[in-house]
Design a binder for this molecule. Structure first.
Ligand code: PMP
Length: 422
């Protein structure tokens, strides 16, 4: 921003002139003060990082420094794939920069249909519905599927978009203990048998990187007459022989076992957008009733064109899948050997979370890593389970063995500097 522009955005009024009883921002005072106290210690704000330049799926320039990226959801490294970029450029040239409308009216272009076709091929599904984000896919599908008098049964550690989908709808909400098949069974058993029920699960839970015991959970859901939705946002691309997700890895079937898969284009696919796929014969009815699908503009044609190309390439990405698993195992083993406390005892996914004592230690370590040229995600309550402070690493299939070795060296130095390891 230029100096003139910055001045133009300066506060037009004196904050003290707003009567406190009239100020709706008063409730955020504690949060604002907490953030200021943290910044006063001299650390950089972990939630205001700017990528000035992005050189590849694993390297960016942040504040003038070349930095290894270990905190993006670019699991399969598709953002710089030449075919993906070309598809986006072609669509931009042919169809322009945006659709200016809802999927339901003027906002469905050739490439929205093609992205849905690519998803049907990828999942071997009869229906696919593309939303503008994964957040909106959960919001729309969950709030629309279960109506008043029906039940949504969800894992306590579910993503915010799942909770928000529940809040948008009118169904009764029941939570069960994270990944506890026993608790799911108990809570389903207490519900009246007649009303419709939807059990909502995730393949990989993104804070700790642990996977769900989907096989057992699906069996319990079926025993109690519930439909099952699995959000496979963090597993698409590299779990299962075709990269469909944890459910595929565990030999479950879309239709027979799982009714709906929710996913996103913002992680392995490498762009932005969300979707739901299903083999339910009446699934297409969702397009007529799902408000977060209808009352918003559709994705730009260039975005859906990149998504379609990326999805089709992910079907055949066995080498990338193997490299990603190798990277995850090497990082997990290396960090464990150094003595870090991790979110999972064994490598379960491409997310590896380091659990730290408190916010001060987490931020100090985050900053030490960044100063050395490594970016990871800092996560804190309420996003994290059980009030934990985490440094979350997400690996990419494009991380080289050399980069992983370098990353481990950076963790050792930073961990010692802040006293997280001996
Ligand atoms: N589901 C899960 C499990 C997620 O982690 C996320 C995003 N982090 C979403 C849905 C939302 O996806 P999107 O970024 O496409 O809105």
């Amino acid at each position: 921003m230029t100096e003139a522009a910055a001045t133009a955005h300066a506060l037009p009024i004196d904050i003290d002139a707003i009567a406190p009883e009239r100020d709706l921002f008063s409730k955020f005072d504690g949060l604002i003060a907490e953030k200021q106290a943290l910044l006063d210690t001299g650390v950089r704000d972990p939630f205001s990082i700017v990528m000035d330049e992005v050189k590849s799926p694993t390297v960016a320039v942040i504040k003038g420094k070349e930095t290894i990226l270990l905190g993006t959801y670019n699991y399969m490294g598709m953002t710089f794939d030449a075919d993906v970029i070309q598809a986006g450029k072609d669509a931009l040239d042919q169809f322009g920069s945006g659709t200016n409308g809802s999927r339901m009216l003027n906002g469905t272009f050739r490439d929205h249909i093609d992205a849905e076709e690519a998803l049907k091929e990828f999942y071997d599904a009869s229906s696919a519905m593309v939303f503008s984000t994964g957040y909106q896919a959960n919001l729309g599908i969950i709030s629309t599927l279960a109506a008043k008098g029906e039940y949504i049964i969800l894992d306590a550690d579910s993503h915010a978009s799942i909770y928000d989908g529940c809040a948008l709808g009118n169904a009764e909400i029941v939570r069960f203990r994270h990944n506890s098949v026993e608790d799911l069974d108990k809570r389903l058993g207490r519900l009246p048998p007649e009303p419709g029920k939807l059990v909502v699960l995730e393949g990989v839970y993104s804070m700790l990187g642990d996977i769900a015991p989907l096989k057992e959970m699906v069996a319990v859901a079926h025993k109690h007459g519930a439909m099952v939705l699995v959000d496979e946002a963090h597993s698409m691309g590299f779990f299962g022989p075709h990269g469909r997700g944890v459910y595929e890895e565990l030999d479950l079937d879309l239709g027979r076992d799982v009714d709906f898969i929710i996913g996103t284009f913002s992680k392995s696919v490498g762009t932005v957008g969300g979707f739901c796929v299903s083999n339910h014969p009446k699934f297409e009815a969702m397009r007529m009733v799902c408000r977060p699908y209808i009352f918003t503009a559709s994705l730009p044609p260039s975005v859906v064109a990149t998504a379609a190309t990326s999805i089709r390439k992910l079907m055949h990405a066995d080498a990338k899948r193997a490299q990603l698993w190798d990277n995850a195992k090497r990082l997990h083993n290396g960090l464990t050997e150094m003595g870090f406390k991790l979110g999972t005892e064994t490598p379960q996914s491409a997310i590896i979370a380091i659990i730290l004592e408190d916010q001060a230690q987490a931020v100090m370590m985050w900053q030490a890593l960044l100063d050395n040229g490594l970016y990871v995600n800092m996560a804190r309550p309420p996003a994290t389970p059980a009030g934990t402070f985490l440094l979350r690493c997400s690996l990419c299939a494009e991380h080289t063995t050399d980069q992983v070795t370098k990353i481990l060296g950076m963790f050792q130095a930073a961990g010692r500097a802040v006293g997280a390891i001996g």
